[in-house]
Write a protein that binds this ligand. Structure first.
Ligand code: IMP
Length: 201
């Protein structure tokens, strides 16, 4: 059975691949699966975007005849929700600073918005909404979260997106200071995947 991840983000595909282990024989990104599709992520919730992506990618793959019984599409949408900003950037996390999905600009904007906000008010969480759409089986939907604090400057070189600003307090490190294994063990995506896998089993 194969799993198509509705993404071309290398980091994300590797993270999910590492976590899914033996559950699927083959795990492919969209490009590897031969799928060319730009999904407009215009829903107003993370869950809505994940569902939209799963449906559109599944429909395309199915129309190309590459989905066999038990094959699945996994779509996710992630946001960083900052308490002091009433949950912003949230569903707009990718395009927070510009329309172009510029991680460095997004981080700079976040630091700017939080300038002067003290440590104890810099709480935030990542949320990942996931939808697994399987040929011949009901959809599975789950949202995973991880809680942390937004640092005052970037720390660490690993990961991507907002990782250098996300302090995971139990480790005393930002996600960008943790290696992939450490981050994958506690991340929002891991928590969402665990829920999806529990539902699958
Ligand atoms: P997407 O849902 O993967 O498109 O991500 C939405 C936004 O959240 C983008 O700005 C990503 O860079 C960011 N993001 C997603 N996952 C992570 C993560 O694990 N760490 C840090 N930022 C992330």
């Amino acid at each position: 059975m194969k799993l198509i991840i509705a993404s071309n983000n290398r980091h994300k595909i590797e993270e999910i691949k590492a976590m899914l282990g033996v559950r699927f024989e083959t795990v492919l990104g969209m490009r590897e699966a031969g799928l060319e599709l730009e999904v407009d992520e215009n829903a107003d919730t993370l869950e809505g975007n994940a569902r939209k992506k799963a449906y559109e990618v599944f429909a395309l793959a199915d129309s190309m005849g590459i989905m066999e019984e038990g094959d699945a599409v996994l779509a996710d949408d992630t946001g960083l929700l900052v308490d002091a900003l009433d949950g912003a950037p949230g569903v707009r996390s990718a395009r927070y600073a510009t329309d172009g999905h510029d991680d460095a600009a997004n981080r700079a904007k976040l630091l700017q918005e939080l300038s002067g906000v003290p440590f104890e008010k810099r709480g935030a969480h990542f949320a990942t909404a996931m939808v697994l759409r399987t040929k011949g089986a009901p959809d599975i939907e789950a949202t995973g979260r991880v809680f942390g604090v937004i640092t005052e400057k970037e720390r660490g070189e690993n990961g991507f997106g907002y990782d250098p600003l996300f302090l995971y307090e139990p480790a005393g490190k930002t996600f960008a200071e943790m290696n992939a294994e450490e981050k994958n063990g506690v991340s929002h995506r891991r928590n969402a995947l665990s829920l999806v896998l529990a539902a699958l089993n």
